[in-house]
Structure formats: C-alpha cells, structure tokens
Design a binder for this molecule. Structure first.
Ligand SMILES: *Cc1c(COP(=O)(O)O)cnc(C)c1O
Length: 509
C-alpha cells in the first residue's frame, strides 16, 4: 500500500512509514492511501473474540503493509497499556426505549450504543490516536534508516498538548516540547501538562495567547537558520497534528471494535446496518468512520454533529464550504473549528481527482470559500447526514441523560447525542446507533456541572470533580484524580522572542 497526495497525481508515492514521518505531502496536500482495503464479513466475525490490541493489529496491517505483524503487535501493546483497566473502549448501551419512544416505533433495533473513547491516560479520545502515533513513528524511524532524533513541537490550547506528551514520553529517538499560553488554559489542563513524566519532554508556558503559541511554532518550522542549527545537533522537527496518517489510521480500529462488541453483546447480527454519529471538529474522527464504511463495515449513515460553529452542517446541506463567518467560543471547545482539514481526504476519495481538489483548496485559501459540484454533493448526501446542536440543547441533553438515563456525558458527547436524536426523529430510522463519546465528563466538569444546574462559584477544580462524583456515582478517572498530589516538574516560562532559543536548548539536551 502506497500513499499519495490529494492534490497531485504525479507526486512520489510513499510507504506508510515515510508518510507517517513526513506528515504532509510535499505539495501541501494530505497523504492518502492509493486504495481502500476491503474487509469481509468473516474478517469482522473473527474480531469478536479478540482483545482491542489484536483487533488493532488486524485493521492496521491492511494499511501499514510495510510494517511486520510483530512490529504492529508491539506497537499496539505499548500504545494501549493503560492503568489496570480491562477495556480500551467500552460500549454503554443506554436504552432501547429512548424518552421519545412514543414518537418513533420502539423495537429491538432501536439501540443506542455510546462508544466511550476516553478511558486512556488523558481522559479524551485523542489518546486513542496519540498513544499509537509515537509507536508507529518509532518503528518508522528504524525502517527508513532515519538517524536524526525527532523533536515534536506542539502549540496547544489545552488538550492536545497533554495527549501528545503522554504518547511521546520516553519513546526512543523522539523528544517532545509543548508550548501553552500562560494563564490561558484551565488549572486542570495546566496540571496535566506540568506534571508529565519522561526524560524527553519539555513543557513551557508562553507569555501570550494560543495564537502566539501557534504562530511561534509555525515560524520555527519555517526557519532555515534554525533547521541548520538543529541539524548540527542531529535533530529534525516534526508535528503530531491530526492530518498525519499515523493519527488517523488508529481511529478506524475502534469503529470495527464497536461493531464487534455489538455482535458480542447480541445487540446485532453480523451484517446488520448501523448508523454512526460523531461530534466533529477537524473531521478526523468521522473520516475514520468513513474509511471503515468504505472497507466494508456495514454502516448506513455517517452523522456529522457540529456545535454552533456549524460550517460542516452548511457544507453538507448546501455544497458550499464558507469560512467567512463569525466564530463562537462554546462549551465544546474541541469543536470550535472553522477549517476542518481532514475534509480534503473525503473529497479526494469521492472524486479521485487531485486537480479538482487542488482547485477547491486554492479557492479556500484565497477566498475562504468553495462550492462542490452537484454530482459530488449528491454522493456525499447518500453517505452523510449533518446537523448541529445549540448551546442550550447541549446542556439540556446532559441533564436529560443524567436524570432519565442515569448516564453522565460530557459536552461534546452531548452535541452528538442531540444530533443523533434529531436524525432519528426526522428520518424515523431506528437502526442501531453508535455514538462516539469523545471525552470524560470530568474533563469538562465546570460546563457539565453548570449544565445540570449546579452552582460552582464556590468550588475549586478538585471540589468540582468531587461534586460531579457525588452526583453521578461515576469514578473520577485515575489520571485526573492523581493531579491533586502529583509533583510539578515543569516551570519554564518564556516570551515569544525566546521560543526559538528554548527549542534549540532543549534539542541539544
Ligand atoms: C478533538 C475532539 C473532537 C473533534 O474531533 P475531530 O477528529 O477533530 O473531528 C471532539 N471532541 C473532543 C472531546 C475532542 O477532543
């Protein structure tokens, strides 16, 4: 299996190891597999009695054909070695009689399975990918004979930084350095980062906001002087952002895994169609579900759930992608995005026409907007349903789920749940529904507590966790509970003008 650019037919095809080390294609496009492998019903049946790690190997080996099965096994064991819990993901079957059962015909099919993707070290679904990417990179360095050390540079507004730190900590031949805005992340997010263990990690607070972090990191990536100095220290820069194929491919696994669990639970028979709802930001998670469908997982509709930054809802419903619009800060910050980078991969796979994609992306760059052909729009409408949830709907859904279903969800999951309900009501489609749950409610405790009517003005961060614990009876995740007593290991602070120097100093360490 080779990897090619979404924007250029003639660019050199890469192996998966090369694609994972390189990140972006040379021409600015995204790297995609040149074909999509197929999975048969018997292959899905074989997954049912496997552990998550082994399911991962079965799916990954179809895409990463230059990795040996033993290498993939080792990657999966190291990536998903979490605490002492048994399940990497868990399916919560909330009800086959939802509160609106009167409106829709209740039947055995009407299952809602919440796919909990947040049992990893940082309590968010990004762990599913960011625990695996460093392992895939480590093996890719060996395979390609790369002798440089790789320094991963990350600018974070809170969550990605910790997930990347946790993934890369003590991974051989790599270092990771994270810049976060001083005073611009929540206390819990800051504690998660500054208590990170590992000989190869650095966490630095930048005097500035998130944009300053991001601009500073971008400048360092594009600076040839710095690259030369790094070269003399035998270091190359790389990033862990969500357009890397090594971050996307591990996400395909959990959709197969969820389907296998539904068979195992006797909620479905192998071959039954299911729907999948995903709370979407950069379009990575739902794109993974799309790959699973194209590979042969029996999926009916992919339901793209947005918050009030609903650029994707408009795109699927009108065929126009237009980022010239207001930007809102919401209680679902991980979905506050106006450029969903991974959409480019979908458009490529549905057209197979790189010059068409290049044209659309050039338009997006120059005018902030593009419109797809009527033919392409029709194709996408068959695959996707898109809608969004407003802030109040999101809050009400959290309250309703806790009160009526005795199930605690975070704000992002609540967006997905609201949109899944809208889909079921408007289409009367009662096929089993998998809903991706992307964060533990404890990660967004202030918003969740406020949504259910609690006054949090007198509670500090840890009192908030305890309060949510009392209300819900759901255990506080180990990674968060331990923060109260964890030792602070990183106290570096710097100005924008000092960033490059800090990077060089850490690179040489
Ligand atoms: C990153 C994130 C999302 C959005 O996922 P994409 O792959 O960017 O679409 C949704 N919810 C949470 C909690 C996230 O961290």
């Amino acid at each position: 299996m080779k990897y090619i650019s979404t924007r250029n037919k003639t660019s050199k095809a890469l192996t998966s190891a090369e694609a994972i080390l390189q990140g972006l294609a040379d021409d600015g496009g995204l790297l995609v597999p040149e074909s999509i492998p197929k999975v048969k019903p018997k292959d899905i049946a074989a997954l049912v009695n496997m552990r998550y790690e082994d399911r991962a190997v079965e799916i990954l080996k179809l895409f990463l054909t230059d990795y040996t099965t033993d290498e993939l096994k080792e990657c999966a064991e190291l990536a998903y070695d979490w605490f002492d819990i048994h399940d990497r993901t868990r399916l919560a079957i909330i009800s086959n009689k939802p509160a609106d059962a009167k409106k829709i015909e209740a039947n055995k099919n009407n299952v809602r399975a919440i796919l909990e993707l947040w049992h990893g070290p940082t309590s968010a679904f990004k762990d599913m990918a960011l625990q695996m990417l460093p392992q895939l990179m480590r093996v890719a360095l060996k395979k390609t004979g790369e002798s440089h050390n790789i320094l991963i540079l990350v600018a974070t507004s809170g969550d990605t930084g910790k997930a990347a730190l946790a993934g890369f900590a003590d991974v051989p031949q790599t270092k990771i350095m994270v810049f976060y805005p001083d005073g611009g992340v929540s206390k819990i997010q800051r504690l998660q980062m500054v208590t990170q263990h590992g000989k190869n990690v650095n966490v630095t607070a930048l005097k500035g906001n998130f944009d300053d972090c991001q601009n500073g990191v971008k400048k360092i990536f594009n600076d040839e002087e710095i690259a030369k100095k790094l070269e003399s220290a035998n270091v190359k820069l790389s990033s862990a952002n969500s357009i890397n194929w090594g971050r996307l491919v591990p996400q395909i696994v959990y959709y197969f895994s969820a389907y296998a669990d539904l068979i195992d639970n006797e909620e479905i028979n192998n071959g039954d169609l299911v729907n999948i709802t995903v709370p979407t930001g950069n379009f990575g998670n739902i794109l993974a579900a799309y790959y699973a469908k194209r590979m042969g997982l029996p999926v009916n509709k992919l339901i793209c759930a947005s918050n009030i930054n609903n650029i994707l809802t408009d795109f699927f419903n009108t065929g126009v992608y237009d980022r010239n619009r207001s930007f809102f800060k919401t209680i679902t910050p991980s979905m506050d995005i106006l450029i969903s980078s991974n959409l480019e991969r979908l458009l490529y796979h549905e057209t197979g026409d790189p010059s068409y994609i290049k044209d659309l992306m050039d338009k997006l760059n120059t005018t902030g907007k593009y419109e797809i052909s009527a033919d392409l729009k029709k194709k996408l409408s068959k695959l996707f349903y898109a809608d969004y949830a407003g802030e109040n709907e999101t809050k009400e859904t959290i309250g309703h789920m806790l009160k009526d279903m005795n199930y605690l969800i975070d704000t992002h999951t609540a967006v997905a749940m609201s949109v899944a309900n809208k889909y079921i009501q408007s289409t009367k489609d009662t096929k089993p529904m998998i809903i991706a749950s992307t964060a533990s409610a404890y990660k967004f405790a202030p918003a969740v507590l406020t949504a259910i009517g609690e006054d949090i003005s007198k509670l500090d961060e840890f009192a908030q966790l305890d309060k949510l614990n009392k209300i819900s009876n759901v255990a506080i995740p180990q990674g968060l509970a331990g923060l109260k007593t964890a030792e602070v290991l990183h106290t570096d602070v710097c100005e924008s003008a000092e960033m490059a120097e800090r990077v060089l100093t850490f690179a040489k360490k």
